[in-house]
Design a protein around this ligand. Structure first.
Ligand code: AHG
Ligand code: MN
Ligand code: MN
Length: 342
């Protein structure tokens, strides 16, 4: 692991992308997401003062109440992505249908046509309590486009060609966690310089850990594998795991996943035996898939049960899937339980 600071190496995000030999098309998209994040962080800071920390009175395609900040953040991301010609197709949590970018230009070079899937504001229910929120994004290579514009089937197929993923975490610090290939890097936003600087590259998730994140209130809706795994963790030192565990649940995936990069652990949002959550809550294209790429590229593991998250072919834009990710050995324990019990 190497650590750098703004003072000694001055590695800003644009410079880092160049050093990584990222294509100009991909760099432009990543920088657009970073710019959008800077703007969202700014709006979020003054949301209470501006009367924007409440509900917007609209229910989105998934039956969830949209907050003012969900809509504002979505508009900000769209505004920035419109300036990226390679961002041909856009999937947002807040928009029911696939969007074709009015600023997009289909390239004859198949490698330069992308779909961007994003959750403009993760952790909406945390806005009113001034807790962690974030933005998650995934960049998919569309490849050959049959017809004038890509349709949703092109995007589903492209989910196997995820070339970049990241999240921006609006916490005490505004952080960008990014992968454009094999490794994962963390950038922090400088309020002075108004840009992101590299803080740490080659982030790794410890293989073992003793912390889990799950919403315990749903225990009665869990499947047998999740119940066994959590019961074993809760039994602590005298139990089958032989060690004590800690538990955290932030109500925002970005915050719980971020902990994985700091001290390891496992994040679980399983399928629930309750109406509307039979396949879980988190959406494949803009929550599960990008987080899986980040976690795997940091040496962790990401599954839906028996099956890995990466490699799954979705059949709808807002498809919900069970999500289990984090320290490799912990996730494997749970995967083995799924293999035995289902
Ligand atoms: P979003 O705010 O984008 O709808 O996502 C919220 C998600 C995720 O961030 C978090 O882990 C989970 O919802 C929390 O759900 P519960 O309230 O059911 O625990
Ligand atoms: Mn979300
Ligand atoms: Mn959201």
């Amino acid at each position: 692991m190497s650590i750098s600071s703004k003072n000694d190496q001055n590695t800003d995000l644009a410079f880092w992308l160049k050093n990584q030999n990222a294509s100009s098309a991909l760099s432009q998209i990543v920088l657009a997401m970073a710019e959008a994040g800077i703007e969202i962080a700014h709006v979020a800071k003054s949301a209470a003062l501006d009367g924007k920390s409440g509900a917007a009175g609209i229910v989105n395609v998934q039956g969830e109440e949209q907050k003012d900040l969900d809509i504002i953040s979505n508009d900000i991301v769209l505004e920035h992505l419109k300036k990226c010609p390679s961002a041909i197709a856009l999937v947002s949590e807040e928009v029911p249908e696939l969007l074709i970018n009015p600023g997009g230009e289909i390239s004859s070079d198949d490698e330069k046509n992308y779909a961007i899937c994003f959750d403009p504001l993760d952790g909406s229910s945390n806005i009113e309590t001034n807790s962690a929120i974030g933005t998650i994004f995934s960049v998919l290579q569309l490849g050959v486009i049959n017809g004038d514009y890509p349709d949703q089937n092109d995007v589903f197929a492209a989910s196997k060609n995820q070339i970049a993923a990241g999240y921006i975490y609006y916490g005490p610090a505004t952080l960008l966690i990014l992968t454009i290939g094999k490794s994962v890097a963390m950038f922090a936003f400088s309020e002075v310089d108004k840009q992101f600087f590299l803080v740490q590259d080659q982030l790794t998730i410890p293989k073992t850990a003793s912390e889990y994140s799950i919403n315990m209130a749903y225990a009665r809706f869990w499947d047998a594998s999740t119940t066994t795994y959590i019961n074993d963790c809760q039994s602590g030192k005298p139990g089958p795991r032989g060690k004590d565990f800690n538990m955290r649940w932030s109500g925002a995936m970005i915050a719980d996943v971020h902990k994985l990069f700091v001290r390891g652990g496992v994040f679980i949002y399983p399928a629930l035996k309750k109406p509307g959550s039979e396949t879980g809550k988190l959406r494949f294209l803009y929550e599960a898939l990008p987080m899986a790429m980040l976690v795997e590229n940091a040496g962790g593991k990401a599954i839906m049960g028996k099956q890995e998250i990466s490699g799954f072919l979705p059949s709808s834009l807002h498809q919900r899937v069970p999500v289990i990710l984090g320290s490799k050995e912990e996730v494997e324990i749970l995967q083995n339980l799924y293999r035995q019990k289902h």
